[in-house]
Design a protein around this ligand. Structure first.
Ligand code: SF4
Length: 296
């Protein structure tokens, strides 16, 4: 088998930054530090963080005089106000690309635009974005066409992990009904690059292995995109790979979501090598061959 890794696999800038901030906050501390929700959507890595004293808290109002890390997805405006009121020491690891969506929404509301957010209404990032809107702010899912919106002055903004095609499609659907449409393309470049690289690899693979938390929005998006081109499995760990999966397959592609540690990618790659009967395993992601389109 030929096994190749998609370019831009693994931790993105925002996740790497949040982890570094959390680890340095926990270093040398006797008391636990808390994250609001899981720091990243990766159960195995969250377990490692817990062992380092970084615990998860889902009830903001229960924290007082504590050290609290805001993860890369951000939190709601109301949660932030509660944390401040309860004298917590806040380490804001909200990804700057997410923070700017809050600013854009606040400014659009001040300028009297109604706001539509393209995204998953249950995702913490979108819940945070929504809190900076007002009572007319709506969330629409990819492929959904909004009804009853302000036909004069509308602002459209996206969750950072959405697909650009879905934003384009939404614009095409609503623009003919509008006088003025303000659009913020807040889809993160790291997400777009990862999606493009994974799709290119999937087109040249018989099997795609997508590594990342089963709850990770950007990993689920990668798996759905790759599945258009070849058989695709979404796994959290190498233990989910069986030899049968590889029967009759020649080209194997590997990609990983933005919250997948490099060490996990290495373990998955080594498992595939072993299934392929190879004995020389790798110790770092840099030793894994990257897919280059011109090599096809
Ligand atoms: S995917 Fe983009 S927006 Fe989200 S945390 Fe990573 S860098 Fe930030």
């Amino acid at each position: 088998m030929t096994i190749r890794l998609a370019a831009s696999s693994g931790f993105c800038f925002g996740v790497r930054r949040a982890i570094q901030m959390a680890l340095s906050a926990a270093e040398g501390k006797n008391n636990d530090v808390y994250t609001i929700g899981e720091l990243i959507h990766n159960p195995q890595f969250v377990q490692e963080l817990t062992e380092k004293g970084i615990k998860i808290c889902n009830d903001v109002s229960s924290l007082r005089d504590s050290t609290v890390i805001i993860r890369s997805h951000g939190i709601t405006r109301q949660e932030l106000e509660t944390l401040i009121a309860n004298r917590n020491r806040i380490i804001d690891a909200t990804c700057p690309y997410v923070s700017r969506t809050h600013e854009f929404i606040k400014n659009a509301i001040d300028e009297n635009y109604d706001v539509i957010i393209l995204g998953d209404k249950n995702h913490p990032e979108v819940i945070g974005m929504l809190s900076y809107g007002n009572s007319s702010t709506k969330v629409v899912a990819p492929g959904e066409i909004p009804k009853d919106f302000n036909k004069k002055r509308l602002c459209l903004i996206s969750q950072t992990t959405q697909k650009i095609e879905d934003l384009n499609n939404l614009v095409c659907e609503i623009l003919p009904q509008l006088i003025e449409l303000k659009i913020f393309n807040t889809i993160c470049l790291a997400t777009t690059q990862r999606q493009i690289a994974s799709a290119k690899l999937a087109k040249h693979s018989d099997l795609m292995i997508v590594i990342g938390g089963k709850q990770s929005s950007n990993t689920k998006m990668l798996a759905s995109m790759c599945s258009k081109y070849c058989q695709t499995v979404h796994i959290e760990t190498e233990d989910e790979l069986t030899e049968e999966l590889f029967l009759g397959k020649q080209y194997i592609g590997i990609t990983a979501g933005a919250s997948t540690p490099e060490s996990r990618i290495v373990k998955v790659y080594n498992k595939v090598l072993k299934i392929n009967g190879e004995e020389d395993l790798v110790t770092s992601i840099q030793s894994i061959p990257l897919f280059k389109e011109e090599s096809c």
